[in-house]
Design a binder for this molecule. Sequence first.
Ligand code: CAA
Length: 243
Amino acid sequence: MKKIAVVTGATRGIGLAISQKLSQDGFFIVGISRADNQEANDSWVNSLSNDCRLFKCDVTSLLAVEEMIAKISELEGSVHLLVNNAGITSDSFFHKMSLESWRSVIDTNLNSLFYITQPIYKIMKENGGGKIINISSVNGQKGQAGQVNYSSSKAGVHGFTMALAQEGARSNILVNTISPGYTNTEMMKNIRVDILQGIKDNIPLGRLAEPKEIANVASFLASDCCSYITGANIPVNGGLFIG
Ligand code: CAA
């Protein structure tokens, strides 16, 4: 029986590294991507070690998510794992932040968790268990000037984890958060060079995280070695925030 892992925001950055690592671990990866870039999609499929499928889906659209869940239900195998990774930034100081910027970040980073997790959680309950990993951020833990929208959404992600972990435990569904620090992905290209340098100077380990370093933690949480951790928030931030 195939063990299916659903990964959102799968084709780039942390989502790509998680897809690759979990594929090496033997999961059948169902990647979810908003982008319609054939080249990127082909390269995602080719970079995985196992059978996989990539579905195009805008996670902010309930209708699109429902269609995608119907396709997953038709696959052979059962959904063991969901990784809610899709996320965006839209940084500006709060006094200049547009309502659109607020809404798009909350929709993508937080409301999508409701749309995607609820149907998969129900499937996991029927199957007798499963695991959910939500990707938050160090900036959901410590807050970040210029990111009132993003910090709110990412703090909300861990609230979601803590509450659902309590509900899911009796159905053998473990729910955890990973909070990456600043990670070497395309998201960093949106930060002005001088500001990024200042951020790096403040990281005790003196460098950005590599996506693989986040994926290794996801791999552990997804593995059978991890059977008694639920509701936790695992920081992977090079010491930037020690709470
Ligand atoms: N608090 C208050 N005021 C501040 C400030 C702070 N922390 N930092 C700067 N300011 C002031 C500046 O001194 C400046 O004042 P003056 O005009 O009086 O000189 C003013 O605010 C404007 O500063 P900027 O030039 O930085 O403003 P901007 O509008 O060009 O840029 C910004 C604003 C886009 C938010 C920019 O500061 C920025 O990119 N900051 C970094 C935000 C950040 O860390 N984003 C993380 C993205 S990666 C990610 O999110 C992944 C993850 O999970 C970690």
